[in-house]
Write a protein that binds this ligand. Structure first.
Ligand code: PEP
Ligand code: MG
Length: 897
């Protein structure tokens, strides 16, 4: 190593990701493997951290070390940095540990100045090329180092072209670029009072500083938040000798994936441009050519590229995304990284690599990001839908999305926040648009290829994207796009199909996703590995069937209140609540009973042979009654005549009841088992309906495994009382079958006191189901209905909390209560079954916790079942790997003795 901050490519390797960043580690690895990589060195992520520790100043000794590494480059290439006779030019690029495409800054052609540019003219005999390189440097430098808006440079270029009657950048000649260099330099002087630095070393120092600074720019921060990358990580900086893809027609640059990143097919996939520099492909400002055409244009280069791609994929044992440049017919590899891919491709590639003998099933299971499965279960366009296809672009990220057209990221964000579904339509997206992409249902661009910013970012987020749809004439100022003789305005509805590239007018019926063969295979492997059982939160037979299709092993939570909210039942439920007497209440409950029985029969049949956990009524009763303000308004507007007297009396009665049921903190009020104890007839009706359904199903030969779950228990006596009621009802309804049907009675653990007193509660429970929504609410003291809208988002933004605890289970607090309850519950009731049924049951990180805490199952919504099966397997693999490494750790001192 040159010093503590700098490492030459020859010295590093792929395992040094955390210190060299992904790009640096890969450049080092490729250099080692003898691939044609332009030489260079990496400034470490530790240097970046040090930079921020000391108020954004470059660490002492850093640049001296960089110059020493540069001197090596000069020797190697027989060129001089800042030497007008043999100018060495370098690129200065960011490179973080986790890929953050386009989020940070890069400066190319560092080392050019008024003298060395002439040297480059002499060396290449191509003044147009040399001055184009120089203006690119001054432009990037002005923008990145001096913070001058890019549009000011673009405007000067545009004016020059207009003045000279030119259409395209490629029409600008040497004199044009030379003029522009002077104008750009003058712009920098005007805007900053400083000169563009002529000394090559000053350029390098300022460029390194700017790349470090770019770690903290707004778009990088947003990207890190979305992808949960820690702010403290810092970026590495790669300084590398420039090679040029824009020296002439025997030059070019491109991006190639070793497999199709959209479908996963095993074909070389990518794009290139002749006579262009790298950012031309990624930025999407020129629409590139398909990689297959390179075979005709440069057959030797294509053959070498194909061989290199195979070698790199074999080396890294995964699909690679490779950037290459061809300089005067010679191929250079600039970068390789694990390629981002659609969820569909993730699966296909994983399963194929196992079939090819490259990966083991466990490795394939580990590699698939659990969150990606969510994307696979996104809707697609129904095959029988009538489509008014406006245009077809590139199918950049699969899934179909419908929404209202918006033309800028801010509007997308605003409209989405107001509850609208939007499609972000742009000529091309840039990293500044990231918040708009995040807010949109999907993204549509008129320019750029499959590796353009929009495509890469949308794929990473699992959003549908169609790009390079050149038929669209977008006029963002006017808020319209014209296509196929039609004009679509802001707010109009369109549908995009990211799998086929189609852009469709209006809303289109979408269909549910299916389980593909690859997904089934991967999940079958996951099932072999995992020990956590995965069950579903489902309240009706349709959801139950869907859940079963996705692999649910039962129902872990049926929220019976959802059965009370249908239009045919609500009036009966209201009559029950409004009844002044027990008899009146019983009469209404009597009408509800057969309906509930039918509900439960439906669930039991759909889950034949699997456990079904039914939770008795939970929410406060006022939730079933009309809103007080609304009732008052109705009363006010009701006519005063005798004819409407009855109606008025009825309204007044309703208002009295609603007022009587009013609570200041209803979530901490009369709900859950508290309701069941004060109004025993409600729970008795539900339990009777359950056992009647059991009886019918048993008679039909359906294998029923009923579980009755009591919500919101905080004291053992609550469960004791209600369990006695359930047991009594079972005997009353089922007689002798009560014993043989093997029903279970359990409790939700949602109140911290229940967790703390688990040892007392467990003897009365067959299972504990942790309702982590309420448990989080009550542990943190955050109202789950209000916190997100009020302060929680700000808390996460300001890093008071690392995550929203309603999404990712809080291991330290809520997790501790769960661990305590499991440990003490099992001590007093060894057969106790434990699981989680809050939203966390479908979150990969939280599922990891559930595995570690030794729970038996997680329960989540049907669409998250595949994700949960995979996450449960990954949690097991992770825990096994940790156990192996801590065993090895434990052995180490023993071996030393
Ligand atoms: C919970 O609190 O975690 C739970 C599953 O119950 P609900 O969300 O219905 O309150
Ligand atoms: Mg709850």
């Amino acid at each position: 190593m040159i010093g503590n901050w700098v490492m030459r490519f020859e010295e590093g390797h792929a395992g040094m990701n955390s210190i060299l960043g992904g790009k640096g580690a890969n450049l080092a690895e490729m250099t080692r493997a003898g691939l044609p990589v332009p030489p260079g060195f990496t400034i470490t992520t530790e240097a970046c951290r040090e930079y921020y520790r000391h108020g954004s100043t470059l660490p002492e000794g850093l640049m001296e070390q960089a110059y020493r590494a540069l001197a090596e480059l000069e020797r190697q290439l027989e060129k001089g940095f800042g030497d007008a006779n043999r100018p060495l030019l370098v690129s200065v690029r960011s490179g973080s540990v986790h890929s953050m495409p386009g989020m940070m800054d890069t400066i190319l052609n560092v080392g050019l100045n008024d003298d060395t540019v002439e040297g480059l003219v002499r060396a290449t005999g191509n003044p147009r090329f040399a001055y184009d390189c120089y203006r690119r440097l001054v432009q990037m430098f002005g923008n990145v180092v001096f913070g001058i808006e890019g549009i000011l440079f673009e405007r000067l270029l545009h004016e020059l072209k207009t003045a000279r009657g030119l259409e395209q950048d490629r029409d600008v000649d040497a004199d044009g670029w030379k003029t522009l260099v002077r104008q750009f330099q003058a712009l920098i002087r005007r805007q900053t009072g400083q000169d563009f630095p002529q000394a090559a070393r000053d350029q390098l120092t300022l460029a390194v500083d700017a790349v470090f600074r770019s770690w903290d720019n707004a778009r990088a921060k947003v990207y890190r938040k979305v992808h949960r990358i820690p702010d403290s990580q810092g970026t590495a900086v790669n300084v590398q000798a420039m090679v040029f893809g824009n020296r002439g027609e025997d030059c070019g640059t491109g991006v190639v994936f070793t497999r199709d990143p959209s479908t996963g097919r095993n074909v070389l996939y990518g794009e290139f441009l002749t006579n262009a520099q790298g950012e031309d492909v990624v930025a999407g400002s020129r629409t590139p050519r398909a990689i297959a055409e390179l075979e005709t244009v440069m057959p030797d280069v294509y053959a070498q590229l194909a061989a290199t791609a195979r070698k790199l994929e074999a080396h890294y044992r995964d699909m690679q995304d490779i950037e290459f440049t061809v300089e005067s017919g010679r191929l250079y590899i600039l970068q390789t990284r694990t390629g981002k891919r659609s969820a569909q491709a993730t699966l296909k590639i994983g399963v194929d690599l196992v079939a090819e003998g490259v990966l083991t099933p466990a490795e394939a299971v580990r590699r698939v990001e659990a969150g990606h499965l969510d994307q696979l279960l996104h809707p697609t366009i129904r095959s029988d839908a009538e489509l008014d296809v406006l245009a077809v672009g590139l199918p950049a990220s699969p899934g179909a999305a419908t929404g209202q057209v918006v033309f800028d990221a801010d509007t997308a964000e605003r409209w989405a926040a107001a509850g609208k579904r939007v499609i972000l339509v742009r000529a091309e997206t840039t990293p500044e648009d990231i918040h708009g992409v995040l807010a949109a249902e999907g993204v549509l661009t008129s320019r750029g290829g499959m590796t353009s910013h929009a495509a890469v970012v949308a794929r990473g987020m699992g959003k549908p994207c169609v790009c390079g749809c050149e038929a669209l004439a977008i006029d963002a100022e006017d808020g319209t796009f014209a296509v196929a003789g039609a004009v679509v305005r802001e707010g109009d509805c369109v549908t995009i199909d990211g799998a086929s590239g189609r852009v469709i007018r209006g809303e289109v019926p979408l269909q549910e996703a299916e389980m593909t063969a690859e997904l089934r295979q991967l999940l079958a492997w996951a099932d072999d590995i995992r020990t956590l059982r995965v069950v579903a939160n489902a309240d009706n037979p349709e959801d139950a069937r869907k859940a079963r299709e996705f692999g649910a092993e039962g129902i872990g939570l049926c929220r019976t209140e959802h059965m009370f909210l249908t239009p045919d039942r609500l009036p009966i439920v209201q009559a029950m609540i409004l009844a002044e007497t027990r008899e009146g209440r019983l009469e209404a409950l009597g009408r509800l009973l057969p309906m509930q029985r039918d509900d439960f029969e439906g669930l039991f049949r759909a889950m034949d042979g699997l456990p079904v956990s039914i939770r008795l009524l939970d929410p406060p009763l006022h939730e079933f009654l009309p809103n007080l303000e609304e009732l008052k308004a109705r009363l006010e507007h009701s006519p005063a005549g005798v004819g409407s007297l009855v109606e008025r009396q009825e309204l007044e009665r309703l208002i009295r009841k609603v007022k009587a049921l009013h609570e200041v903190n209803p979530m901490l009020g009369q709900r859950g088992c508290r309701l069941g104890i004060l109004y025993p007839e409600i729970y008795e009706m539900q339990v009777e309906a359950i056992f009647l359904a059991v009886q019918t199903c048993l008679a039909e030969g359906v294998k029923v495994l009923p579980e009755i779950m009591i919500p919101l228990v905080g004291h053992v006596n609550e469960l004791k009382l209600l369990r006695e009621m359930v047991d009594r009802t079972a005997v009353r309804v089922l007689h002798g079958d009560a014993l043989t049907c093997g029903y279970k009675v359990g409790t939700m653990i949602e109140v911290p006191r229940a967790a703390l007193t688990a040892a007392q509660i467990a003897p009365y429970a067959d299972f504990f189901s942790f309702g982590t929504n309420d448990l989080t609410q009550m542990t943190y003291g955050y109202s789950r209905d209000d916190a997100e809208g009020k302060f929680l988002t700000a808390y996460v933004d300001r890093e008071v909390l690392a995550h929203n605890p309603f999404q990712v289970l809080d291991r330290e607090g809520v997790g501790q209560l769960i661990e305590w309850a499991v440990e003490h519950g099992l001590k007093s009731q060894p057969a106790l079954k434990t699981g989680v049924c809050g939203e966390h049951g479908g979150d990969p990180q939280s599922i990891g916790f559930c595995h570690e805490a030794g729970l038996d199952y997680v329960s989540c919504s049907p669409y998250r079942i595949p994700l949960a099966r995979l996450a449960a397997a990954q949690a097991k693999l992770e825990a096994d790997a940790n156990a192996v490494s801590s065993a090895a750790e434990a052995l180490r001192p023993a071996v030393g003795h």
